[in-house]
Design a protein around this ligand. Structure first.
Ligand code: 5GP
Length: 184
């Protein structure tokens, strides 16, 4: 059965399935136009970007490759540690290739800043970023994000790939987590 009622731990739904899918269709068309001559390798950042990757890739009318990286930046809390570790590296070589990082959310931007310099050191032709969500704090970090789905308020969100302590990733919408779930 599809999930039709918001989860009880969700304070409110921020973006529903239709809004997400409409926006990803727009971004996908833009990516197809921008990369028509030289399709990119999409690099999804596990685990949060799984849903975005799956849905966005299907909206890009080009023959794209997909690869994955897993990095750790958060524990099971809600604050960025600034410490990034590679848990899983790319399986392929990106030398001379157009790389498009696919992210679920940019918050402080620390994770992405680190990832950008890591990928750039491997000699790609270009590295750009597509993110479904961006929080206002990210504006203070110097990162040029080529494709942004939605700028959202500074609240902790879950669903559509995003977790809290590994839960809620399979919610089909993006919702604000009820504060009582993570505050005593
Ligand atoms: P940053 O380094 O930009 O502060 O954080 C990036 C990572 O932190 C994201 O990939 C995501 O895993 C996590 N994150 C940041 N904000 C949120 C949020 O509101 N909800 C969830 N579930 N994760 C977040």
């Amino acid at each position: 059965m599809p999930q039709t009622h918001p989860h009880p731990d969700v304070d409110r739904v921020l973006l529903d399935e239709q809004q997400i899918s409409d926006r990803l269709a727009e971004i996908g068309a833009q990516i197809a136009a921008d990369y028509a001559d030289e399709p990119p390798i999409l690099v999804g950042v596990l685990k949060g970007a799984v849903m975005v990757m799956a849905d966005l890739a299907r909206q890009i009318d080009l023959s794209v490759e997909m690869d994955w990286m897993a990095v750790s930046s958060y524990g099971s809390g809600t604050k960025s540690s600034g410490v990034v570790r590679i848990l899983k590296d790319l399986s392929g070589d990106i030398t001379g290739r157009n790389v498009l990082i696919v992210e679920d959310i940019i918050d402080s931007g620390l994770t992405l800043k680190w990832l950008l310099s890591n990928l750039r050191s491997r000699g790609p032709k270009s590295v750009e970023i597509a993110t479904l969500l961006r929080k206002p704090e990210a504006a203070r970090v110097e990162i040029d994000v080529k494709y942004v789905g939605f700028d959202i308020p500074n609240e902790f969100v879950i669903g559509y790939g995003l977790d809290f302590a590994e839960n809620y990733r399979n919610l089909p919408y993006v919702g604000v987590l009820e504060r009582s779930v993570y505050e005593d």
